[in-house]
Structure formats: C-alpha cells, structure tokens
Design a binder for this molecule. Sequence first.
Ligand code: PA5
Length: 341
Amino acid sequence: MREWTRAFPAQLRSGFAAGRALEFRWPRGVDRSVVVGMGGSAIGADLLRSLTDAETDLLVQPVREPTLPRWVGPSTLAVAVSYSGDTWETLAAFDVAGRRGAPRVAVSSGGRLQQLARAEGVPHLMVPPGLQPRAALGSLLGGLLGLFDPAFPASNRDRLDRASKVLLMGADELGGAAGPPTRLAARIRGRLPWICSSEELAPVARRWATQIEENAKRLAHWDALPESLHNVLVAWDALTRREAERYFVVRLQGAGDDQALRDRFEYLSKLLAGRKVPVATVRFEASDRLERTLSAIQWGDYLSLALAELGGVDPFPVEAIQRMKHRLEKDHKSRNTIDDR
Ligand code: PA5
C-alpha cells in the first residue's frame, strides 16, 4: 500500500493522458453530467466536482447508488466508474443511463463494465488492473480530469504536472517513520479521528475518513464547516469530560479558507478546547486549488497507513467488503438492471 501511495503522482499523470486520449467527443449541448461509482471508485467524482464547480460552467453530480436523478437523459453525460468493473450499483446505473438515452463513458480495469461497454459501443477508459480500488485513485481521478479537460477554460495538463512534482518531492518526508503523518497518528492513538474541513476540502476529509476505515480498520468521521456549526456544534457543546476522551479532531486548513471560515473554525476550536477535545490543524498552503487538494489527499493516505501500522493491522485486505459483495451481489450477477420509473 505504501508503494501504491507513492505511485499516486505518477498515476495522476498517466491517468490524465489516458483520459485525454480516449476516443470520445463531448456531445453538443451537454452541460451536465453524472459520475456514478461506489467507495474507492466514487471519491474521484467528488474531487472532480470540487474543481469543476469552482472553475467551469459544467455541473458534475456524483452518484453513489444504482438509481439516477430524474433529470438524467439525452443531454446528460453519464460516466460509470468501477475499478473492478463488477460493482452492482454502478452496473445498474450504467444500464439506467443507457435506457434513458444518455451519452455514456465507462471507466474500469476490466470486468463486466468493460464487456458491456464493448458490446454497447460505449467508450471505455481502461485503468491499470491489479490494485485495490482506493489505491488506484490517481488513475481514476487522473482519467476523469483528462476526460473532463475540455470543460475547463485551459487544459489542466501543466498544472497537474506541476502538482505531481510537488507530491513526488513530498512523498519521502510524508511517508517517513518520523514524518508528520506518523507523528499525528501517535497523537490520535486510540481516539476516533474526526476530520473537519471547509466545503472545498470536504471530499478530501471524506477520503481521509474512508482511508482510515479501510486501511487502519477503525472508525473515523468527517464533516465540513460552516454546515456543522448548525448541527454538530450542539453535540460538541453537550459533550461530557468522559466522552471527550474518545475523540480527536483534525482540522484540514486550506489556503482557500476565507476569513469568515477561519473565524468559524476558531470559534469551534475554542469550544472544543473547553471540552478538552484535542485538535490538530494540518495546513495546505498551495495557492492552486488542484495542488492543495492533491497534497491533502496524499497526506491523509499516509496518515491512514501510519494508523494501520500503529494498530498492527494490514492495510491491504478489505474482507468485509468482499463478504458483503459475495452475499448481496450473487443474486444480481445475471441481472444488472433495476426498475427505473
Ligand atoms: O475500497 C474499496 O475496495 C471499495 O470501496 C470499492 O471501491 C467499492 O466496493 C466499489 O468497488 P469498485 O471500485 O470495484 O467498483
């Protein structure tokens, strides 16, 4: 898993090149899209959306279920992403999109999705096989960035190259035995990591939590400000001394956070200090949104590995997911369709 984490920048670049090279023409008049996927294959859509929302006129709606929004039809691009190519929810949504007449693209390392795409004449973006889906994020996200590149005012190629170089340079320090993620893991210890960010970095906070869940095999939680000040705050406020011992808040601070947001984090930090909940802030200072997003992903991936190491668990297997798929998906093997009314 460490090697794959190290390969993240290289994956981003090759994924981007493959996405750009895909034989696919953006259909005229399409100004919205859904990107369907689950788990490790879904997070790339959130990260893409954070960028397209800020920099393009295109709507990118991530979807994590087999049903599609009612507005998906011939003028919506539907991209189905499944690393294995065999995830039931994604295959069902791919089928619904086809029945609705939406132009489609499939992304996988093979599997049924590739077969269906081939049979139905849908462009298919191949990502390298043999990894865990969450370890293929560079290829999946890079592929999406390549595919959606025409929607941006200027190509993201140079920007991504620059960001990849920065990631590569940071890998030794971040992955090192005395690196900042290892030190933070030692502070978190047995407490539940509560990852808190701005809306901009919310997909990153989500990735940190899911990486901790899958790699370190322990619960984690994420939320974003300012929204959480309008609900979660009440529970923090009511926290007893004893309950406070269970949590460790990690704040992701980005250069994109404005003063209003900083004031709100400050307010929350003071309240947490009053309740004796430890808070650590990790800063991402890059002025480029893409670079700081990717740097924050890389940091969190190393933190999840450090927590796995600290807990003495193997980050690689996710047997519970395999068992769930085996149990629930065998009935759907020949039927990747759902009622779509
Ligand atoms: O991390 C994982 O292994 C999961 O979250 C998978 O990504 C998820 O089950 C979907 O599978 P796939 O990515 O193969 O579509």
